[in-house]
Design a binder for this molecule. Structure first.
Ligand SMILES: Cc1cc2nc3c(=O)[nH]c(=O)nc-3n(C[C@H](O)[C@H](O)[C@H](O)COP(=O)(O)O)c2cc1C
Length: 374
């Protein structure tokens, strides 16, 4: 038995193994609509034998985008374009497909990373960003506009409408992005949330808006579609001197989310402050996932510098997380799961068209489950 390749039940969704393709922004959409790039990029990842593929952070409104080129799901045109991508993926792969719904908050209106990622001024194609408090992410940036309480129901409604579109498109799972310093994380962390109303201050107050969004999305989505949450488990700051989000708060948030019906916690970290002091290393966020799993019993996805098959297998074998998500390693080697299966003596779904690809050393990597273009 190879734990990394054991099936897993994520709510009503059966995963053929524990390998997840982490959501990855491509900054290649037009007015939020998927393009040829998304067909090629996602199809390549869908053929690699992982069990679950997350479509990148998908903005629930135009202002919710990180960059003008981010994927979105706020319009009929967005829905049609993404539907075509999904049809391609369904035709060629049995992989389960999730979507990450997101709002960038104060990290919106930015240039794409390969052009520097800096804030785009309003007159130059940018927009007025919105956040819990009028606090800029970087000192030299124009501050966001502080959302007033009366605006929050409409923001929640954006998440709900996007979730309904995702359901119509036939996504298998929905993940809310409450990590990496984006809007929902901005509400959670005192770094970005210095409100004095019932959405700021105490931990209960800071969790209020993300929980309202979770509840509204959960209620709008059929029961058989699991809804999970990606969090930043820590802001990587010294909370005793720099009030910020900590692992203890994450454990509490996860406990509350469990009571509200989350299907998993996807455990990342950081992204809210340029003062963060991240300690990087192989599997550096796995202990956070393990702690949350231990304290809450929730299904967890571990992510972050998991690159080796043996290491990924050990994370699952030791019960530190139920699944492992990989991002950069998947771009570098979209067939990562094939190679992991070959190394560990397991099998993955493989397309018939590629059956002749296997070198002798790979053994019988392609299992019984397979799908090809029919
Ligand atoms: C190109 C790229 C785009 C990313 N976009 C997203 C995203 O849309 N949503 C998200 O939650 N994380 C995003 N991330 C973070 C990854 O999902 C992952 O958490 C991180 O890269 C650590 O995993 P890794 O070491 O396997 O790359 C992105 C990472 C990369 C490299």
């Amino acid at each position: 038995m190879v734990p990394l390749f054991e099936p897993y039940q994520l709510g009503a969704v059966t995963l053929s193994n524990r390998i997840v393709v982490s959501p990855m922004c491509q900054y290649s959409a037009e007015e939020g609509s998927a393009t040829a790039w998304h067909h090629a990029h996602l199809a390549s990842l869908a053929l690699g034998g992982a069990a679950l593929l997350f479509v990148e952070a998908t903005a629930v409104s135009p202002e919710g985008r990180i960059t003008p080129h981010c994927l979105g799901l706020w319009s009929d045109a967005n829905e049609v374009a993404l539907g075509e991508v999904l049809a391609t993926l369904r035709a060629v792969s049995p992989i389960r497909i999730g979507i990450q719904l997101s709002h960038a908050g104060r990290k919106g209106s930015s240039e794409v990373p390969w052009r520097g990622g800096q804030l785009i001024p309003i007159g130059a194609g940018g927009w007025q960003t919105e956040a819990p408090s009028a606090l800029a992410h970087l000192d030299n940036e124009a501050p966001p506009r502080a959302l007033v309480e009366a605006e929050l129901p409409e923001l929640t409604a954006h998440f709900v409408r996007a979730a309904r579109r995702a359901v119509r498109l036939g996504f298998d799972a929905i993940e809310l992005h409450a990590a990496h310093g984006y809007l929902l994380h901005q509400f959670l962390s005192p770094i970005a949330n210095q409100r004095t109303d019932r959405y700021g201050g105490s931990l209960e107050n800071r969790m209020r808006f993300p929980l309202e969004v979770f509840d509204a999305v959960r209620a709008a989505v059929p029961e058989e579609i699991p809804v999970g949450v990606r969090i930043s488990a820590t802001d990587w700051l010294d909370a005793s001197t720099d009030p910020s989000w900590t692992l203890e708060q994450s454990v509490h948030f996860a406990e509350v989310l469990k009571a509200h019906g989350t299907a998993w916690i996807d455990v990342s970290s950081g992204g809210i402050s340029p003062r963060q002091k991240i300690v990087l290393g192989p599997g550096y966020q796995v202990p956070f996932a393990a702690r949350i799993k231990e304290m809450t019993g929730l299904p967890t996805i571990a992510v972050g510098l998991i690159t080796e098959a043996k290491e990924a297998n050990a994370i699952v074998a030791r019960g530190e997380a139920d699944c492992v998500a990989l991002a950069r390693a998947m771009l570098y080697d979209p067939r990562w799961a094939w190679h992991a299966a070959a190394e560990l003596g397991a099998t993955v779904p493989g397309p018939e068209q590629y059956w002749r690809a296997l070198p002798k050393s790979a053994g019988r990597v392609f299992g019984d489950i397979h799908i090809g273009m029919r």
